[in-house]
Structure formats: structure tokens, C-alpha cells
Write a protein that binds this ligand. Structure first.
Ligand SMILES: [Zn+2]
Length: 435
């Protein structure tokens, strides 16, 4: 295997050998971060640091103005001396443990390629265009997603700083302090950047779901980012009994009660979907205790998780109401007790209609068919949007989902995303369209 150097990557970028660049940079990232099965780029770890250094070196060599903020987010600006708020292209470089090579990195690589195109065209932009590489987007590491973007915009809380690292058990606060971050400022919710200095935030990201492959869309604009409600661990308590000796009418079977709850929620979900309401419902952890229960015993207790997501806060409220009402009704009917955990809520984020229209138009101009999709997963774009900054996202088709080693993406699809983003940014900054 030939070794890929920074010089090789830079020569591809400067000469416009884009497909060679795409292959080489993802090969390099994969070679560095392989952690079988899959790849690991730990937030605030060596892999993320090295990926940041690589992007910074390439951006510097392209002649972009690079800086790092207090938490280590990297900014690379073209037209830094121009007036006006920045048009930002951002994403992250960390991965979940044993994840894929493209979650996050696809957005940074496509942003870098758009900036390289602008530099190669030699035109001075009417306003600064910036690649923003955000730290620690994945919640896998500290149980808190969006650490870099929240710190940037003043949304990280004192409680977030007490969260412990998945492996080292160091708190986020201690980890940041060790990296020279002024923790007092973070605790005070002091933002690192004024949202007024940001005109727009664009993020390219792999879809992480199966819809685009099924529909044949290489790229698609994103309508909004789903918020969620989570009941982490809930229980239903009935009464254990001999499986042969207790008649139906005297049973207090926790598993049957759980099955009825899920069936009822599924029926509600179907009705809501038929009305065109955005919702997804998941109960991913469920079980009786095998130490206490057996094939010949009526299960007296079951524990389960419950999560649902929607782009609409009103839908989340309404569905939470349905969950509570069903638990009560089924509990009465089956003589069992439902105990729901405290609900954890994350607000949905709407993306900017005008920016999204720009992406849609660029897709149409390239002669491609597409349709806007909701984002089921969270992204840094939600933080920007919730801070009042116009934000938009472009999904790239990918296979085998994400957050797993099998995650994959066709580099040709990412090349299409680069074309769409490039066109959109040019239209946005009023620069001449390429022939
Ligand atoms: Zn991501």
C-alpha cells in the first residue's frame, strides 16, 4: 500500500483532482483510525486530534485563514478580510466507538472541497466563507452530544461538565480543563461566538437511514431535525404465578401488558402517519429477569425503554399524553402497575426554509431528482438553528445505516453533494456560477 501524504492530498486539492482526493483522504482516515471492527475517532482523543491537524494543514496550505477556539473547534476562512457575517459549512470529525468512516467526516471533506474550488477560481467572495470543524458531536463519549457547537454558542451546562467519559471516566469538565478551556466561562454559558456574525450554517451529512437508497436519491435536502422524548428504564409490575394454575381472569401478566402497550402505541402511530404526522417510536431494551422468571411462570415484572421522535414539539406532547393514557388504561384492565421513568426531552430543530430552497434549486439545476427528508438523528445544525442562526442540511445517500462498522457511502454520491453545496454557496454569496 502506498502511503498517502499531506503533500499528495494537497496536490490533488490544488489541481482539482477531486475524485483522487476523495479516495485518498478517506483511505488515510480509515488507515489511521481502524479499530476492528470499524473505525474509532474518539472525541478529544488522538484520532480526532490527528484529523483536525490534517484538515488544518490542508486549509493552511490552500491559503485559508485558520484559527482554533477555546474548546478546539477549527475554523478555516476564505475571504477573511471581507465584511459581513460568515457563511459557514460545518460538521464533526469524531466517530462513535467502532463506527464508520463517513459519519461527520463526509461533511468536513465536502466543505473543504468547496473551499478549495473557491480558492482555485481565484475570486474574492463578497463575504467570508468558512469551514467549521466542530469537536465532540457524538454523545457516545460523554453522554452529551454537540459539545463543540454548544460551547461555541453558549449552550453547554454545568451539569454537562460533570458527565463522565465512556472509558476513562474523566469528567467532561476535567477533560476540557486539561485542554486549556476556561471552565468558568463555559459554566457561565458564555458563548465563544456571536450568532450575529454567522449568516448561514450548512451541513452535509450521510443519511444514516435507508430511505435515499430505497428511493434512488444520491442527495436530499433535510426538512428538519427530529426532537425526542426518552423514558430510559420503565417497569410494569404484576404478579408471578404458576403458568398452568392461574386462569386468565386472575392473571396479572406484565409481559402481556407490555405487548398490549406496544400494540396500542403502534396503532396510534399508524393513525398519525396516515394523517402525515412525522413520528418514530422505539422500545429498544425489553426483558424479564431470567433469574426470577421461567417458562413455567407468569412474568410478574418486565422492564423496558421507550423513545419517540418527531419534528414537531406538539406531536411529542400529544404522543407523550397517549403513552401515559395507555399505561393507565392497560394498568387498570390488566391489574398491573406501570412505572414510567422521568422523561428526557430534546427539542426538534426546524431548518431554514430559504436556505433549504437554495439546496433544492441547486439539486434541480444539476438535473437530479430528490425529495426533502426529515433527519431522524441529531446534528450540530440543530444547535445553530436553536441559536437563531439560519441552518440547512444536505443528506448524502449511504448504506448499512451508521454508528456501526458496516456503514458505507459511495464517493460519487459525496461528489454530487460537493457540486450541490458549491452551487448553493455561490448563489448565496452572489459570486459567479462556474460554467
Ligand atoms: Zn454525525
Amino acid at each position: 500500500m502506498t502511503t498517502i501524504t499531506h503533500e499528495t492530498l494537497l496536490s490533488y486539492l490544488q489541481s482539482g483532482a477531486e475524485s483522487a482526493f476523495l479516495t485518498a483522504i478517506f483511505d488515510l482516515l480509515r488507515a489511521r483510525d481502524t479499530d476492528e471492527p470499524g473505525i474509532t475517532r474518539e472525541a478529544f482523543g488522538a484520532g480526532e486530534d490527528a484529523a483536525f491537524d490534517l484538515v488544518e494543514a490542508l486549509a493552511d496550505a490552500l491559503g485559508l485563514v485558520t484559527t482554533r477556539d477555546a474548546i478546539g473547534n477549527l475554523s478555516a476562512v476564505w475571504g477573511a478580510d471581507q465584511p459581513g457575517p460568515h457563511v459557514i459549512i460545518g460538521s464533526h470529525l469524531d466517530s462513535v466507538p467502532h463506527g464508520g468512516n463517513f459519519d461527520g467526516a463526509a461533511g468536513i471533506v465536502s466543505g473543504l472541497m468547496v473551499l478549495a474550488r473557491l480558492v482555485r477560481a481565484g475570486e474574492r467572495p463578497a463575504q467570508p466563507v468558512e469551514l467549521l470543524v466542530l469537536r465532540c458531536e457524538e454523545s457516545a463519549w460523554f453522554g452529551r452530544a454537540y459539545v463543540g457547537s454548544l460551547t461555541l454558542l453558549g449552550g453547554l451546562t454545568a451539569k454537562d461538565l460533570t458527565r463522565r467519559h465512556l472509558r476513562s471516566k474523566t469528567t467532561l469538565g476535567d477533560c476540557l480543563a486539561a485542554r486549556g478551556v476556561d471552565i468558568a466561562k463555559v459554566k457561565a454559558g458564555e458563548r465563544l461566538r456571536d450568532p450575529a456574525g454567522i449568516a448561514a450554517y450548512y451541513e452535509v451529512h450521510i443519511e444514516q437511514g435507508p430511505v435515499m437508497t430505497a428511493r434512488g436519491f444520491p442527495v436530499a435536502p433535510v426538512t428538519g431535525i427530529r426532537g425526542n422524548r426518552r423514558f430510559l428504564m420503565n417497569s410494569i409490575t404484576g404478579e408471578a404465578g404458576h403458568s398452568g394454575a392461574v386462569p386468565r381472569w386472575l392473571r396479572r401478566d406484565a409481559v402481556f401488558a407490555y405487548a398490549e402497550l406496544i400494540s396500542a402505541l403502534d396503532a396510534h402511530w399508524q393513525v398519525l402517519m396516515e394523517r402525515g404526522i412525522d413520528l418514530v417510536v422505539t422500545s429498544g431494551i425489553v426483558g424479564t429477569d431470567p433469574e426470577r422468571h421461567s417458562i413455567t411462570a407468569i412474568p410478574g415484572e418486565i422492564r423496558f425503554s421507550l423513545e419517540f421522535r418527531s419534528q414537531s414539539e406538539a406531536t411529542l406532547d400529544a404522543f407523550e399524553g397517549l403513552v401515559r393514557a395507555e399505561c393507565e388504561a392497560i394498568g387498570t384492565r390488566r391489574n398491573v402497575d406501570f412505572a414510567l421513568d422521568d422523561v428526557l426531552a430534546s427539542a426538534p430543530a426546524s431548518l431554514d426554509a430559504a436556505l433549504t430552497r437554495g439546496l433544492t434549486e441547486a439539486i434541480a439545476e444539476l438535473g437530479l431528482t430528490s425529495e426533502a427528508l426529515p433527519s431522524g438523528a441529531g446534528h450540530d445544525a440543530a444547535v445553530f438553528s436553536n441559536a437563531g442562526i439560519p441552518a440547512a442540511m444536505l443528506f448524502v445517500r449511504n448504506e448499512n445505516g451508521s454508528h456501526n462498522p458496516a456503514e458505507t457511502m459511495d464517493l460519487d454520491d459525496l461528489a454530487v453533494a460537493v457540486d450541490v453545496l458549491h452551487k448553493t454557496v455561490l448563489a448565496r454569496i452572489g459570486a459567479k456560477q462556474p460554467a
